[in-house]
Unconditional design. Structure first.
Length: 245
């Protein structure tokens, strides 16, 4: 499947990082057939030391390798928001090609018995510095047991916890709407209106929209009562990955 780069963007900030948004496509079994799936993988390049990190590499190895070469980064870290296949399926291939550490929450590793070469558990109590970039991890369960969002400056890489237009489904092993409600409350408390969202999937809005922009249309950012949140999130027919609204 051809890569499409219409959402690719380049951003800079004083800490001299550069964010490449990579739209990657794959196909997963569904029912008696298969469905196309589009993920967003992010390359964050530390322009001070030349190192780069990837968030949720999947589906299109050459698209990702080309982006790494184009910016001239030396890939040294992979950050995983959670263990679902569409977010992790290029980890092994990339570890075999680059000297990288792979980071995931201890909760996600333990609950799903996730394994990968060079895998390390994130200490959630403090920022860490993959590729020499200050990253603050937020443990945000709900979509999966140990889902994690990564904050780099005013950028939030939110996996399948928070999309610009909705939030991740809370169906499946380790998923829990109560935890999702609390996780979204945590993100709202920690992130100001100007923080930009870089989710694992997009449903019309380009990654990089601000919290303030998302708040105008994302119902889950506006449901402050848990029972209302649960009733809406868990309403009938909400079990597919694209049932994000
Ligand atoms: Fe997921």
């Amino acid at each position: 499947m051809d890569a499409v780069h219409d959402f690719s963007r380049r951003e800079r900030e004083p800490e001299q990082i550069d964010i490449q948004t990579l739209r990657v496509c794959g196909r997963v079994p569904y029912g008696y057939g298969a469905i196309d799936i589009v993920n967003y993988c992010y390359l964050v390049h530390n322009q001070k030391n030349g190192q780069g990190l990837l968030i949720d590499p999947a589906w299109e190895l050459e698209t990702i390798e080309t982006a790494i070469r184009r910016v001239g980064a030396r890939l040294t870290a992979i950050l995983l928001t959670h263990s679902h296949y569409d977010h992790v399926n290029l980890v092994e291939a990339l570890v075999s090609r680059h000297q990288v550490e792979v980071w995931m929450s201890a909760e996600e590793i333990a609950f799903y018995r996730f394994s990968a070469p060079n895998l390390r558990a994130i200490d959630m109590t403090r920022p860490f510095r993959p590729a020499g970039i200050a990253v603050t991890p937020y443990l945000t369960p709900g979509h999966s047991k140990g889902s994690t969002c990564f904050r780099i400056g005013e950028h939030l890489f939110s996996g399948d916890t928070l999309f610009i237009e909705g939030c991740g489904i809370c169906v499946g092993d380790g998923a829990d709407p109560r935890e999702m409600f609390d996780s979204i409350a945590l993100l709202k408390a920690r992130c100001g209106r100007d923080v930009r969202l870089y989710p694992g999937h997009a449903f019309g809005e380009a990654p990089g929209s601000s919290f303030e922009q998302a708040s105008r249309t994302n119902v889950y950012l506006n449901l402050d009562d848990y029972e209302k949140f649960r009733t809406f999130r868990m309403r009938d027919g909400q079990s597919r990955i694209f049932d994000f609204k």
